[in-house]
Design a protein around this ligand. Structure first.
Ligand code: NAD
Length: 703
């Protein structure tokens, strides 16, 4: 049963019971409707309480039903809310923990509402590219006023129940429970009180009948629309939220409801909404590993050690301190430790200055951090993460020492970005305990974590690190072992295309602009300057012997020979002014590219933005298809998550593979065949990966 029905005295209690969050699936809606019918038919029942079991009152619609027939099967959410509103006996929503989306709309359909303190209240539909579609935009302004309601609907952010209850004149909550654990009893008592009040047959209050107005409605909505349009450039939903809320003032309630429904349905089929819904499901799916069931036993992680206090070691450490987990940092020299700690402290100080962190919290976090120069001090750590220089010889020494001192069962992780995790595991006598934890720079900011599963990494280690990732608020994706793992292996092909485009006639600024217009946070050359061009240079040198057949443009090497390593030295593909991040085109770099082009005997041609975008994005897609086929990634949606959270791919395009699916894989393959005919490109690369060719030929998609 997805909702329970119980009669306590003369109160019927309908309890949503669809774990984990009481999503309003078709079965749940049926069960609620059934309860309300029963209660109305039972002469012994005087009032009806609707509440939720477990961790939530209700998190809203069941997203897995979105776009399917089930979502509209009767009773759909609108019908269910009407039932609440039209019930002859008073309906009272007793909300706690989480009251969001359709859950809040359901509560707004009830005659009365009582809330537990600490309940998170939200209409988060905008985050999925939608507006609330079951009356939220019409009812919330009637109980909270236009401005508070619009803020909540446009941002999708949760607000605590006690905050909302303190707004003068609010009608969202008729009563606050004294404490979360008192809600059940106090809701019952309140229901009796309500029943007695209406014993005389007086009309039951309905939110739809409340008046809503704003002293400067016209000016306010114009202002709101301009603000929202400026902030939500590539997303259609936020502006539609403004339209819908304005309708609550200008239209009759029922007309406003029809308009809300129209907007909702039109948004549902926009590319942006599809992309955001895809990502919502993909993010939740990423934490699931096919052969590691959710009941796999896990190891306890209370103490963490980090080796190396450099760029990555510092950022990684902050993640754990933020989560309240103590960290011991190890370095070769005291100066390196002092420097690393000073940078962590500086980062926290900046947050305090901006008012994002309280001084007391800073002190609390710094108190969790200790340092050492001796491996013996690490022996009690449950998890150690190595972030030393990217040289296999250095890693070998570190892992041998860790193997010698760490307690049995400790997890030994490496933050390597390119080295072979199986080889690193082989430096120890416990390869089952070794795993890659590939953080992205800056590690305290970037959400992505690639968890690199070695051949011998044990399942309980995988389960444990996926849990730890959640604890430190990362979105973890599992990758198998290969050069570059998922993200960097793909970005190499993307960068290679960028190089060919320079040889053929583009400037770095032209390529970057085209990609930024497409929606990338940064074009490939600005990204290179940020990450450090010397890093790619070192990798290419290593690969020159390992993979001699791989063709590259020479421009990036020429750039590095001039010491133009990027932002850290104030010059790369662009020039930089100290303390600023603006990329200023440099005429000498452009001249260098032209001279190189001439030396190759290439006549430059005008290249369209469309060609730039397709070559770079389809290069990602083809490499991703190889990665999927080789089993390096478990599923296509994992690859989309890597690109959204780690590489600045625009969320409203849903990731490279979702984007390719939407373009049509047949079209992608046709376009690639055209690129293969370009003698200055790499024809062998553009041969579609077998998986891509097969999907395209059979009219299927990645996701
Ligand atoms: P870094 O040079 O900033 O820091 C490395 C630190 O390790 C230095 O402080 C050094 O003193 C210390 N160190 C070196 N050998 C040591 C040893 N034997 N014992 C203890 N400490 C030692 O380098 P980084 O950018 O932080 O990179 C560290 C690792 O993270 C590398 O494997 C790198 O590939 C990986 N990584 C880097 C990035 C990035 O963008 N910088 C991103 C992801 C992963």
């Amino acid at each position: 049963m997805t909702a329970q029905y119980q009669v306590i005295g003369d109160v019927a209690v309908v309890t949503l019971a669809n774990p984990p969050m009481n999503g309003l699936s078709h079965a749940t809606r049926l069960a609620i409707a059934d309860g309300v019918h029963k209660a109305n038919a039972d002469p012994a029942v005087k009032s009806i309480v609707v509440t939720g079991a477990g961790k939530a009152f209700c998190s809203g619609a069941d997203i897995t039903e979105f776009g399917s027939d089930k979502s509209i099967q009767e009773p759909n959410l609108l019908s269910l809310i009407l039932m609440m509103e039209n019930s002859a006996k008073p309906t009272i929503a007793a909300v706690h923990s989480i009251c969001m989306g359709g859950g809040l709309e359901l509560a707004l359909g009830c005659h009365y509402r009582i809330a537990a303190p600490g309940t998170l209240v939200a209409l988060p539909e905008v985050k999925l590219g939608l507006i609330p579609g079951a009356g939220g935009t019409q009812r919330l302004p009637r109980v909270l006023g236009v401005e508070t309601a619009l803020n909540m609907i446009v941002s999708g952010e949760p607000v605590k129940s006690e905050m909302l209850a303190s707004i003068p004149g609010q009608k969202l909550f008729d009563k606050m429970a004294s404490a979360p654990e008192a809600l059940a009893a106090e809701a019952l008592a309140y229901a009796k009180e309500i029943a007695a009040k209406h014993d005389d047959g007086s009309a039951l209050p309905r939110v739809r009948d409340l008046k809503v107005s704003h002293p400067n409605a016209q000016a306010y909505f114009q202002f709101a629309r301009n603000m929202v349009a400026g902030m939500a450039k590539n997303y259609p939903a936020p502006v539609k939220c403004v339209d819908a809320v304005q309708n609550a003032l200008t239209m009759k309630f029922d007309d406003g409801m029809v308009a809300e429904r129209d907007i909702f349905i039109n948004l549902m089929w926009t590319p942006e909404c599809r992309a955001l819904r895809h990502l919502f499901v993909a993010e939740r799916a990423a934490s699931k590993i096919p052969d590691v069931p959710s009941d796999t036993p896990q190891r306890t992680i209370k103490q963490v050690a980090v080796i190396g206090a450099g760029t990555m070691g510092g950022g990684i450490t902050m993640n754990f301190l933020n989560a309240g987990i103590s960290v011991k940092m190890l370095e070769m020299k005291q100066e390196a430790l002092d420097k690393g700690i000073a940078i962590i402290k500086k980062n926290y100080d900046a947050q305090v200055t901006k008012g994002k962190l309280k001084q007391a919290k800073l002190d609390e976090r710094m108190a969790l951090l200790t340092t050492t120069l001796s491996y013996d001090d690490l022996k009690d750590a449950d998890l150690v993460i190595e972030a030393v220089f990217e040289e296999i010889g250095v890693k070998e020494k570190v892992f041998q020492q860790l193997d010698a001192v760490m307690k049995p069962g400790a997890i030994l992780a490496s933050n390597t970005s390119t080295l072979d995790v199986n080889k690193i595991a082989s430096f120890t006598k416990r390869p089952q305990d070794v795993v890659g934890l590939h953080f992205f720079s800056p590690a305290n900011v970037m959400k992505l974590l690639e968890v690199v599963r070695g051949e011998k990494t044990s399942k309980d280690v995988m389960a444990t690190v996926m849990t730890i990732a959640k604890k430190i608020k990362k979105t973890a994706v599992v990758s198998g072992v290969c050069d570059g793992f998922i993200g960097n292996r793909m970005i190499e092909q993307y960068g290679r295309q960028g190089g060919f485009l320079l040889d053929e006639g583009c400037t770095p600024a032209q390529v970057d602009k085209a990609m930024e217009k497409f929606g990338m946070a940064m074009g490939p050359f600005r990204m290179g300057d940020l990450a450090g061009n010397d890093i790619g240079w070192a990798i290419r040198k290593r690969r020159a012997t390992e993979r001699a057949e791989m063709k590259y443009s020479k421009t990036a090497d020429l750039l590095c020979e001039q010491g133009r390593f990027g932002q850290k030295v104030g010059k790369g593909w662009y020039d930089y002014v100290a303390g600023k991040r603006d990329a200023i085109p440099n005429a000498e770099v452009v001249a260098m590219i032209e001279a190189h082009r001439k030396s190759l005997g290439i006549t430059p041609r005008k290249i369209s933005d469309e060609e730039i975008v397709q070559r770079l994005v389809f290069a990602l897609v083809n490499e991703a298809a190889h990665i999927l086929e080789e089993g390096i990634a478990n599923k296509a949606s994992d690859i989309d998550i890597v690109y959204i959270f780690g590489y600045g791919f625009p969320a409203y395009r849903g990731g490279p593979l979702h984007y390719a699916d939407q373009k049509g894989l047949f079209n992608v393959v046709e376009t690639m065949a055209r690129f293969a005919k370009n003698p200055l490109d790499d024809a062998a690369f553009w041969k579609p990966a077998p998986l891509l060719a097969k999907l395209a030929a059979t009219g299927k998609t990645f996701n």
